[in-house]
Design a binder for this molecule. Sequence first.
Ligand SMILES: [Ca+2]
Ligand SMILES: [Ca+2]
Length: 327
Amino acid sequence: MRGGMANSQPGSKTEDGMKLVQRKNRTGQTKAIRRASRTPDAALGKAGIGLAVALLASWLGLGHSVSSASTEAAATNTPDTSGMVLIPAGKFWYGCNEKLDGDCDPDEQPGRWIDSPEFWIDRTEVTVEAFHSCAFASVCSTAGLRMPFWKDEERPSWAWACNWGKEGREKHPINCVDWNQARNYCEWAGKRLPSEEEWERAARGTGGWKYPWGNAGYGEASRVANIADETLAQEKPRWPAAEGYDDGFYATAPVGSFPAGSSPEGALDMMGNVWEWTSSWSDANLKYRVARGGSWANGPQLVRASNRYRFNPAYRGETFGFRCASR
Ligand SMILES: [Ca+2]
Ligand SMILES: [Ca+2]
């Protein structure tokens, strides 16, 4: 089983994310379901806001007042659908399509037709630039955005992959972001996180495609998504990258870099780049949130429209990001 985090080594059982059920990997090892003990600790609070402002001022080299920024925030709570795509209401195939997908996990089965209401979803993952606007408005906390955190530890060796504050990554997805930070951003934007059902509908259309663009696999289609590819494999030869597929990006790519990977309604990067937090709990105990879509650090087995993964909502992975939805 490949971990959701770049830190996880291929074939190890040390991934921070947890698949919803046990299954065997390609070498016959049984995936372990671990129980994470940490609770979300990055919820927005007064201290977080203060830190956010301080970090932001440092990042910008500016000294804007909080009061004026707060006024700006108050005016920014009506969803702007110009950067969104409309997903029409109707039935769609949800979960594994066994006719064409041999990589399905048990938690994707059984596939079935379900109803979906009309909704809007962001065309792309939320960018560093967009998140910055929320932080500048003193609404979004920037706590920890420069440091991956998972398995109850900070991961400084992967801090380079966190996009916040890195010159030239303004159009990249905000990552190293926990679930609460994602939810707070969407609320500030007058939106919300999508449910995993909505996310899957937006990713694959109605007819049970394996990917947003259809059923052609990586290497068969053109450059369709940023996943673990030949570019990554040049640096990490042991990584479970897609053989024969080169998207040109080692880590995250600017959002919208793969128009050939568009969903039927025009959503981009539903596959890869960063995992996307959803509003859905993965379990009755309300411990884990479901993330979808895989990332730049994952090989083809995990980067499919019906694949599901669960994460401790406190984790801030360099492979985690999000997009928002709205009705
Ligand atoms: Ca890549
Ligand atoms: Ca994505």
